[in-house]
Design a protein around this ligand. Structure first.
Ligand code: NAD
Length: 280
């Protein structure tokens, strides 16, 4: 039976460290690190994510403000709103909750964010820095995956890692960050042929496709470590991309919920405090 990699437990540890850093920052700067969350529309999943972000910010001693805007907002108005927030010196990080409704372009809106306030690490500038191996704010979910692997003492140097999913927010940046850890990375996606054989070759599997139960036991090498990023909703329950049968084959596995999700939120707080330290 696979060992459970407990993301909630690790998130509690990370948030305690972040809280201590935030307290030191507040003493030095005379203000707490500040985070603004912008939500356009009322997507239920986004609403639940922003609530956990608000709670984590409060728990770690950060200042946070949430701006809820109508789904019908025009792109120009949303861009101006984000640009105005970016000028506020009390705010170290600004997070625009994605996906944006309708035809609003995330790239156009994110272009208003200065890279040093882009605590989600999604701007073209921060993505370019990641590609070039330069310092910058990194996306929170890939940070969460790498942290959980290191916390579980999984050696990444020279390890073969299969990343299932190549999105700009999860799979692709994660692949680049794993390369920086000297892993050999196979990136798989919806056009990949023979997914099973390619996943089975890896010592570490990260499933980030958003396809419930995509990774089945027979696709996993015995003893592999499996990180489940996927979140889908079925009958009101959250389920991941990894089938429960995988726990009989893998040596360690993250649960859904309670794995990568809480760690993603913790990494957002860590990024906000890091950004605050640059600003002071
Ligand atoms: P996305 O839809 O943007 O990308 C999905 C990727 O998976 C694509 O690259 C696609 O090619 C690939 N894919 C889809 N079906 C596939 C298949 N059958 N075989 C192989 N590859 C396939 O999604 P995303 O934003 O990257 O998110 C992926 C999942 O992770 C979603 O379930 C999302 O909810 C979840 N997520 C979780 C967290 C968290 O904090 N736990 C954060 C972000 C995203």
């Amino acid at each position: 039976m696979a060992e459970r990699i407990d993301g909630r437990l690790r998130a509690t540890e990370v948030l305690a460290e972040v809280g201590a850093k935030a307290a030191r920052f507040t003493k030095r700067a005379g203000r707490p690190p500040g985070l603004a969350i912008v939500l356009a529309g009322d997507d239920p999943a986004s609403l639940s994510y922003i609530r956990s972000k608000e709670r984590a910010a409060e728990g770690a001693g950060l200042y946070s403000e949430t701006h809820r805007l109508p789904a019908t907002i025009e792109e120009g108005a949303l861009r101006r709103f984000v640009a105005r927030l970016a000028e506020n010196e009390r705010l170290d990080g600004i997070l625009v909750q994605l996906p944006l409704p309708g035809l609003l372009s995330a790239d156009a809106v994110l272009a208003e964010l200065p890279p040093d306030k882009d605590v989600d690490g999604f701007t073209i500038s921060n993505q370019g820095r990641l590609l070039a191996g330069q310092p910058g704010l990194r996306p929170c979910t890939p940070l969460a995956v790498i942290d959980l692997l290191k916390w579980h003492q999984v050696p990444l140097d020279g390890a073969h890692v299969a990343v299932v999913g190549r999105s700009r927010t999860v799979g692709r940046p994660l692949a680049l960050m794993l390369l920086q850890e000297n892993a050999s990375v196979t990136v798989l996606h919806s056009h990949s042929r023979d997914l099973g054989a390619l996943v089975r070759a890896a010592e570490v599997v990260v499933a980030a496709a958003g396809q419930p139960r995509l990774v089945q036991a027979e696709m996993v090498r015995p003893g592999a470590v499996v990180i489940d990023v996927g979140i889908s909703r079925e009958d009101g329950k959250l389920i991941g991309d990894v089938d429960s049968g995988v726990s009989a084959v893998a040596s360690a596995l993250t649960p859904v919920p309670g794995g990568v999700g809480p760690m993603t939120v913790a990494m957002l707080m860590a990024n906000t405090v890091e950004a605050a330290e640059w600003h002071c």
